[in-house]
Design a protein around this ligand. Structure first.
Ligand SMILES: [Cu+2]
Ligand SMILES: [Zn+2]
Length: 206
């Protein structure tokens, strides 16, 4: 019995020594991450922290966004990367009345209408308890591209985003409309009818 216990002890010690040696080796050999990652603390108009976003680089020039939120209204919310890294709740859009207009329009590396913007993301689903979490992988931007001269931000809207998916049959002809009287109108092509902005977070490198 004693012999058996000793044997187990020796084996355990051996494993531990090899383990710490391997760890020490690995630590000194690990290069600094070659790809940038990013994060954002998401705040509502009162400055209350309602969420956190992290973004990291994925293979094949993709980016992975992971977000958790709490204290929001249940349901789907439009969710986009916006083109300026400024989240001022007092910056009210004179046309829509939405706060956080300082964040600018949807992040777009190339000119596009809504649904095709670089920063367009799937809707964020918030549960009845006000919490939500989602992870999405996009190939529309690399992490480094978010840090252009005016930065970028993440914005959560009040309403669901239709991604400009308005089939022609839902809209009567309107000769005055720049979209030509059928399908999504100019407002839909801008932001998907996702309404005002409820929360915003400046995207920073980490
Ligand atoms: Cu938005
Ligand atoms: Zn968009």
């Amino acid at each position: 019995m004693f012999r058996r216990t000793c044997l187990v002890l020796v084996v355990a010690l051996g494993t531990s020594v090899v383990g710490s040696g391997a760890n020490a080796q690995a630590t000194s050999d690990v290069p600094r991450r070659p790809w940038p990652s990013a994060e954002a603390v998401i705040k509502d108009t009162a400055g209350k922290n309602v969420g956190f976003l992290s973004i990291d680089h994925r293979l094949y020039n993709k980016s992975r966004l992971t977000v958790t939120v709490s204290g929001l209204n249940a349901g789907y919310h439009g969710f986009h990367v916006h083109t300026r890294g400024v989240c001022d709740p007092k910056a009210v859009d004179p046309v829509t009345g939405s706060p956080f207009s300082s964040a600018g329009a949807h992040f777009a590396i190339h000119p596009a209408t809504h649904g095709e913007h670089s920063g367009d993301l799937p809707n964020l689903l918030v549960a009845e308890d006000g919490t939500g979490e989602t992870t999405v992988v996009t190939d529309r931007f690399r992490v480094g591209q978010l840090f252009d001269s005016d930065g970028s931000s993440i914005v959560i809207h009040t309403l669901p985003d239709n991604h400009a998916n308005i089939p022609d049959r839902y809209r009567p002809a309107d000769p005055g409309d720049p979209a030509g009287g059928s399908g999504p109108d100019a407002e839909t092509l801008k932001a998907g009818d996702s309404g005002g902005r409820v929360a915003c977070g400046v995207i920073t490198r980490n």
